[in-house]
Write a new protein. Structure first.
Ligand code: LIP
Length: 286
């Protein structure tokens, strides 16, 4: 129901804000760092601590304290978190209500003190994204969206540019963290074509930051191959609620486990960008 969704959104906002304080506190300090798949794929102690904090807060609210919240008791039992998956949990996405968490999206920015870094919390019900919160604590931007209820930044309604002409569009792209020659070669073919056919490209270093910027009309589209569900689930709700379109880069509906996404200010721009891309990289699925 609408009231339930609003309650989930409120909770996610409070929890993201608390998590963001931890990120802000750690931002200018020395970080304890590890690499994951390669030297460009980073995790810090803060990523891990913040993910635990988020999961514990959500469990406390929806599972353990059933007395003060009996109507939602045990409603939410599933979690997909970037660092839990890195720690060996497989990504299992079911029809059950599921919180999808990226404790720090833009970890590399966080490590290098570049302010485009954010906490992402999304909620899916029956594999439909219904709530999305993206909080960028250094920029002091709180983005929220809930299905059918609009998208907001710090409480102000946001909407996409509605740009329809690729030649006048700004496109966000990412180099990503894969260092495989074949993936890089394909990505840079795409990059070449996008630079050639548009007004310009930008890279913020965070999928979610790219997407909330498209959502608020700061830039017009974003495409990436190689990301994961936690990088774009929460920001996807915000983008759609802001009037944008989110598709599979090859066209058709987005597939959250396919590790690729194309977002744009409008469906028409999304389709144009999709057909401009010379080849669509198949990533190993989550
Ligand atoms: C990052 C994504 C970004 C991608 C990076 C990385 P993380 O997520 O937001 O779009 O290019 O390789 O995956 O690891 O900072 O949460």
């Amino acid at each position: 129901s609408t009231a339930e969704i609003q309650d989930y959104l409120k909770t996610a906002t409070v929890v993201a804000k608390e998590a963001g304080e931890v990120v802000r506190e750690a931002f200018y300090k020395e970080k304890s760092l590890q690499t994951k798949s390669n030297y460009a794929d980073l995790v810090t102690e803060t990523d891990q601590a913040v993910e635990k904090q988020i999961i514990n807060s959500l469990k406390e609210k929806y599972q353990l304290t059933s007395e003060d919240n009996n109507q939602y008791e045990a409603d939410i039992s599933q979690f997909i978190g970037e660092e839990s998956v890195a720690g060996g949990h497989k990504t299992e996405w079911t029809d059950d209500p599921t919180w999808i968490i990226d404790p720090i999206d833009g970890t590399t920015n966080f490590v290098h003190q570049i302010p485009h870094t954010c906490v992402c919390i999304g909620l899916s019900i029956k594999k439909q994204m219904v709530v999305g919160v993206v909080y960028a604590p250094i920029l002091n931007e709180m983005y929220t969206g809930a299905k059918g209820q609009g998208a907001f930044c710090n409480g102000e309604r946001i909407s996409t540019s509605q740009q329809n002409d690729l030649k006048q569009a700004i496109i966000y792209l990412e180099g990503g963290s894969s260092r495989e020659q074949d993936v890089l070669r394909r990505k840079f073919n795409i990059y070449h074509k996008v630079v050639e056919t548009t007004r310009g490209t930008r890279t913020l270093g965070s999928a979610a930051m790219n997407m909330v910027n498209v959502a608020k009309g700061s830039g017009d589209a974003y495409v990436e191959y190689g990301l994961h569900i936690w990088d774009f689930a929460a920001s996807g709700v915000i983008l759609i609620e802001a009037g944008g379109a989110m598709i599979d880069p090859a066209g058709g509906p987005v597939d959250f486990l396919s590790r690729r996404v194309l977002c744009a200010s409008s469906q028409s721009l999304a389709d144009q960008l999709s057909t401009t891309i010379p080849e669509h990289i198949e990533m190993e699925r989550d």
